[in-house]
Ligand binder design. Structure first.
Ligand code: DAH
Length: 416
């Protein structure tokens, strides 16, 4: 091991890492009492409470509702693409684990449920990790085709493309599973196919249904195929609308889109979609045929349909050439003044300060430390100055068996 990366206990006192009391970053209420107030509501804290103050500060920003912010602009462009769909964008980020996981058939041991992956207010409330958390309640309202945009929260590593808050748009459409509904479906498929056939797009497809990506047992296999086809046609035409003819797609070249078999607990068959842009394949969304059990929970009988969830930052970073995900949160007018509703333009960087690397090493607590715990601590202390955090070394003392880790933090201001 490189000597300089060893735990710094042998360094002079002023160089030592400041001792941080265990779990300090889990305490978010200024009064440090037994309650936590989130968006005006008071919740009792318990052993699951792990929401941090850096995250609390983001809850009211609602970037997707700002008409001149790239996330807000993209939201309205997609809403315009789906004229008959009900657009929803005001759902609270506080949901129950039942809404986020159980209603969507996530198994009890799914890693997404763990404290290291998700932010919990307490055992009964959490911050949604995806917009799919609202599928059941939206279908239950009787809305049959809708788009829902929201901020979602996941504990994650720190780098230029990961941020613990980001935005997703969920889209869904269900058809009546009767002769009239299937006729609507076939007509829509014919209309979309005709549109795509005369467009400059090349689609690498996979079969709609395979033994590894099956139709659901309760579905008529023909109807399931028609719904999967409608999902694919509908998303191909959205992607064409967003990416087609833009410089990154290749001058005069057709837009390239590829479909990949996937797995989600709440859809079957399921797919992921990638688009070829700026010389690379980029994954932009997940989707599939909605599990019948989800529709049953929402009390919508005799219906069959699809849903998708797309990452708005991912798409906006590609379309606007925004190099770092932290920029979306910048309140510097040199960022915000660059964007206009209805327009996609290339972002012009206004400041690029040099990277400033600092290493921090420490003995690990007896209870294991997850890298996401350390990243949340860094975000609470350094905010958006932290550009990326990497584990660069690990050491176990041969005699005592104690372990230490060394992280390299890159601090860089986006605007000053
Ligand atoms: N919720 C998924 C995620 O965050 C994305 C997704 C996949 C949404 C499939 C869907 C879907 O509606 O059908 O990764």
């Amino acid at each position: 091991m490189n000597r300089s990366l060893r735990p710094c206990l042998s360094l002079p006192r002023h160089c030592r890492v400041r001792r941080i009391p265990a779990r300090r970053w889990l305490v978010t209420d200024a009064n440090a009492d037994n309650y936590i107030t989130v968006l005006g509501d008071k919740y009792p804290k318990d052993s699951k409470t792990n929401i941090t103050s850096a995250i609390m500060d983001k809850l009211e920003r609602k970037l997707h509702l700002q008409p001149s912010h790239p996330i807000g602009i993209l939201r309205s462009m997609i809403e315009t693409h789906y004229p008959g769909f009900t657009a929803l964008s005001n759902f609270s980020p506080v949901v129950t684990p039942a809404m986020n996981f159980d209603d969507l058939s996530f198994p009890l041991d799914h890693p997404g449920r763990s404290l290291t992956d998700s932010y919990y207010i307490n055992s009964d409330h959490m911050l949604r990790t995806h917009t799919s958390a609202h599928e059941v309640e939206t279908f239950a309202k009787g809305i049959r085709q809708w788009l829902l945009t929201a901020d979602v929260y996941r504990r994650d590593e720190i780098d230029g493309s990961h941020y613990p808050v980001f935005h997703q748009m969920e889209g869904a459409r269900i058809f009546h599973d009767n002769p009239n509904g299937i006729k609507d479906l076939e007509e829509d498929n014919a209309r979309l196919s005709a549109h795509l056939a005369k467009s400059n797009i090349v689609i690498e497809d996979v079969p709609h249904v395979t033994s590894t990506n099956p139709a659901q047992v309760s579905h008529n296999p023909k109807h399931a195929e028609l719904v999967a086809l409608n999902l694919k046609l509908s998303l191909n035409s959205l992607i064409l609308d967003l990416f087609g003819g833009r410089a990154g797609a290749g001058e005069g070249e057709p837009l390239r889109v590829r479909w990949i078999e996937a797995y989600f607990p709440f859809t079957s068959p399921s797919y992921e979609v990638e688009v070829f842009f700026g010389g690379k394949w980029l994954e932009i969304l997940g989707c599939g045929v909605v599990l019948q059990s989800t529709l049953d929970k929402a009390n919508v009988p005799n219906s069959i349909g699809w849903a998708f969830g797309l990452g708005l930052e991912r798409i906006a970073m590609i379309l606007y050439s925004i190099p770092d995900i932290r920029l979306f949160w910048s309140q510097d007018p040199r960022f915000s003044s660059q964007f206009t509703p209805g327009q996609i333009n290339t972002f012009k960087p206004f400041s690029r300060y040099p990277a400033c690397y600092k290493d921090v090493s420490f003995w690990l607590p007896d209870k294991a430390l997850h890298e996401n715990d350390f990243c949340d601590l860094v975000r609470d202390a350094a905010g958006d100055f932290a550009e990326d955090v990497k584990l660069v070394d690990a050491f176990t003392h041969p005699k005592t068996g104690r372990s230490s880790q060394c992280f390299r933090i890159n601090y860089r201001s986006m605007d000053r």
